[in-house]
Write a protein that binds this ligand. Sequence first.
Ligand SMILES: [Zn+2]
Length: 139
Amino acid sequence: MKHDVPLGHSIPAHYTHGWCSHCPGRSIAEEAAAWQLREQERLHRQKTEAATRAGEDRPLMDLIDSGLWWLINRTTFHPRGLALALRVDETGGQILGWQLIPADDGEPFAYSAEVDRDGFQRAEATMRAALQGGSGDDA
Ligand SMILES: [Zn+2]
């Protein structure tokens, strides 16, 4: 991938995001949000990899953060006209139950492109960590 960074623009931002706040139509707030999102993803990856290495049980809520809930819905349930819905407690900290919900006629379940991109990245990071984890004590 080749990046031509215009004079006066941010080289790190162009290498990372392909644009910077000096680019036409972009703002400092937008660039800050992009860096923040990237950092959140990095921290999530780090946490995921550490838990995987430690061979720890992960909380059920982590199914969502891990991207695996997205992956299951996206690849298994949505194409079949179903969605695995999770009921979360009021604080959003615990999964209380689940339901398999059928789609309405002619209205298949679909995630937005943004949710798909985020879910894909999270699921890939989770699976990569599991493949690389190999703590050796898994019998
Ligand atoms: Zn720029």
